[in-house]
Design a protein around this ligand. Structure first.
Ligand SMILES: [Ca+2]
Ligand SMILES: [Ca+2]
Ligand SMILES: [Ca+2]
Length: 458
């Protein structure tokens, strides 16, 4: 750790060597202005007390975070040698590395109070994982993220439900660009809010609500937040928008990152709801037509960011996403009475290659609504190679049936009529079929169609 060294001039800039920790403390008391203001997009920008740091870029995306501030900080990043430093980015209490930074190159950073008072705080450079990176799938197997503002980053719109001033924000109110309060009064946070506001992440000496857990966004400077409660009608969820509607018949990975505030226990029932319209309701449940739920059992969300994910095949051109605790109210189980969660980095992306998605496909129900072809078909093995066994439930034995196979685009690639179903039907998988995800469907007149998703692995 760098201790409390502070340099008033760039020539003596304090080296930030560590990552993922608040490596240096600083105090601008007695510091004087070293370079003119670049404006930095801050009203009243006042680098009268700038102090200097430097670091060598390691090539990884990162965010510089200020913590335990006693006032608001402006951060300004420079490239080039001391004596001809060129400003490349500014931040307000935090600074996201701009694109174009060069691996191995040394950069300088100055920090100063936004106003003319002294500023104390600590500072760290925190690596930013790829927004779609998780153990659920290799990012290379996924198409572009369809979630607009997946990082729940603040922008022009930067409201929290629990504003320190002003009237309460109604349901459906915007939280961050392309995000709104979907169920009850979910929240959003900005690391760039005023240091004294409780909506500020990371927190500060005055805010105090998260001193124990030092919550930082998973990426960038913004995150969502929501309450959940044991045996209560009151759960919150955030609603977001996709850049394009889902394509029916196409598989998508759905993922979001969640962590607790503090280590006080947790609830189960996290899920994603995909809808044709944005959700904005006072209280759950709201009968989601399609959802994934965390299958990992209750309560294991911790004080670290973790990914909850699932895979679906779209049955409708959904264009809106809602994340939160979506279980019916009487079924949510919590280890603590009231639990609070942060959300960040939401993914809805087409699965280009089903083989590198690690989500267990058969465990994720595609849908729960009547508009959807039901699933419930038992098939094995899965993944399959050259043939697939379909277990037929007793009531259908002897019936005439049609067995169809669809590829990820929804195109029928194989169909076969079975005059009389036996308890096990063997489906030969045509050699010309490519590896990937398929939907096998069984239709019997007078019965709901049944289906299962199968990975073909040659
Ligand atoms: Ca200075
Ligand atoms: Ca100042
Ligand atoms: Ca974020």
């Amino acid at each position: 750790m760098g201790g409390s060294a502070t340099s008033d001039e760039a020539s003596g800039a304090v080296l930030i060597a560590d990552r993922d920790a608040y490596a240096v403390e600083f105090n601008t008391n007695n510091a004087t202005q070293s370079l003119p203001s670049n404006g930095c997009g801050v009203i009243g920008d006042s680098p009268d007390d700038d102090v200097w740091f430097k670091f060598t870029h390691d090539g990884d995306a990162a965010t510089i975070m200020c913590h335990f501030l006693d006032d608001n900080a402006v951060l300004e990043l420079f490239q080039g040698p001391v004596g001809s430093l060129a400003s490349i980015a500014c931040g307000y209490n935090y600074l996201v590395f701009p694109s174009g930074m060069v691996d191995g190159q040394t950069y300088h950073l100055r920090v100063y109070s936004r106003n003319t008072s002294d500023l104390r705080g600590k500072l760290g450079i925190f690596h930013t994982p790829h927004p779609m990176e998780s153990e659920c799938a290799d990012v290379d197997c996924l198409g572009p993220n369809l979630v607009l503002n997946p990082g729940i980053e603040p922008g022009e719109l930067n409201a929290t439900m629990f504003q320190t001033t002003g009237p309460p924000v109604p349901i459906g109110h915007g939280l961050a660009p392309h995000w709104h309060t979907a169920v009850a009064t979910a929240d959003s946070y900005s690391s760039g809010n005023d240091f004294a506001d409780p909506e500020h992440l990371p927190t500060n000496l005055a805010g105090s609500i998260d001193l124990a857990s030092d919550v930082r966004p998973r990426g960038g400077g913004g995150a969502g937040g929501a309450f959940a409660r044991q045996s209560s009608t009151y759960h919150e969820a955030l609603g977001g928008k996709l850049s394009a509607p889902l394509v029916p018949g196409v598989p998508y990975l759905i993922a979001f990152n969640v962590r607790l505030r503090g280590n006080i226990g947790g609830c189960d029932g996290f899920g994603v709801h995909l809808g044709l319209e944005p959700v904005a309701v006072s209280y759950p449940p709201f009968n989601p037509p399609m959802q994934i739920e965390w299958q990992g059992g209750p309560i294991n969300v911790t004080n670290e960011w973790q990914t909850i994910c699932g895979q679906i095949i779209a049955d409708q051109p959904y264009e809106h996403i809602t994340i939160g605790v979506l279980k019916p109210r009487d079924e949510v189980e919590c280890t603590a009475g009231i639990v609070y969660y942060y959300f960040d980095d939401v993914t809805v992306a087409e699965v280009i290659d089903a083989l590198c998605v690690t989500v267990d496909v058969p465990e994720v129900d595609p849908a729960t609504s009547a508009t959807v072809i039901g699933d419930g078909l038992n098939v094995f093995p899965n993944p399959a190679n050259d043939r697939l066994n379909i277990s037929i439930e007793e009531g259908l034995i002897g019936e005439e049936a049609v067995i169809e196979l669809f590829d990820v685009t929804g195109k029928q690639v194989h169909a076969r009529v079975v005059p009389s179903l036996a308890s096990n039907v063997v489906l030969e998988l045509p050699a010309e079929l490519r590896e990937g995800l398929y939907l096998v469907m069984l239709r019997v007149e007078g019965h709901e169609p049944m289906s299962a998703r199968v990975i073909l692995h040659r």
